[in-house]
Design a protein around this ligand. Structure first.
Ligand code: BEZ
Length: 209
């Protein structure tokens, strides 16, 4: 499909795709990957993506041999095995499971925020379900409270797989829920995010204005 080794099917608004591009920046692999911007939603999927991932979801990473990897966790794991630097996903020990569990919490926050986005943006207003929306928002709030505790720990001191997931989740909340005001309730997390937002990998992957 392209002269580069791999092709990433993504959307600039997708926080799951952003995680992959941030990792590509951090591990200096961006030049190996063609970025293929696709327009899609759950109710209007992309034929280019479906041909490679039956679920129709992005990100999807097409490899040089024609295989396609998905979802973001699988892609991140694969790409973390393709560079010679310090792994962003610890290979073993307690650190591996702690970082991956934190990354999973960040994904859960994203899942809830994206469900809210779909419910409020795609679904007809008369079909909105406030109880369900509140339950998703509460999930986000509980997740942020746990991340506030973690932000003070050494688990987030280097920019690892957990940090990438959390930073992209917070970026998505700012993008789709600018009214949330999470910084006022979670000061340690806000200070941590302020620092990591200065990284080139985060600055150059901000969601569209
Ligand atoms: C969004 O526009 O919020 C969005 C786009 C792609 C994937 C997930 C969310």
């Amino acid at each position: 499909m392209s002269c580069k080794e791999m092709t990433l099917f993504y959307s600039p608004a997708s926080p799951f795709a952003r995680k992959v591009i941030v990792l590509l920046h951090e591990t200096r692999q961006l030049d190996n990957v063609e970025l293929f911007d696709v327009q899609l939603s759950p109710v209007s999927p992309s034929g280019d993506v479906i041909a490679r991932n039956p679920s129709g979801k992005i990100p999807a990473l097409e490899l040089a041999n024609g295989d396609t990897l998905h979802d973001s966790r699988v892609i991140l794991d694969y790409l973390d095995h393709q560079h010679g630097g310090e792994p962003l996903i610890p290979r073993d020990g307690a650190a591996r499971w702690q970082r991956l569990t934190l990354a999973s919490l960040a994904d859960a926050i994203l899942d809830a925020a994206i469900l809210i986005r779909y419910e409020t943006f795609l679904r007809p207003k008369e079909l909105h379900w406030p109880t369900w929306l509140d339950a998703q928002q509460e999930k986000i709030e509980r997740g942020l409270a746990e991340l506030e505790t973690q932000a003070a720990s050494d688990r987030l001191q280097c920019f690892n797989i957990a940090s990438i997931g959390i930073a992209c989740a917070l970026g998505y909340l700012d993008f789709r829920q600018p009214q949330l005001g999470w910084r006022a309730r979670f000061a340690c997390l806000a200070s941590w995010y302020e620092d990591v937002s200065q990284r080139e990998s985060m600055r150059s992957t901000q969601p569209p204005a």
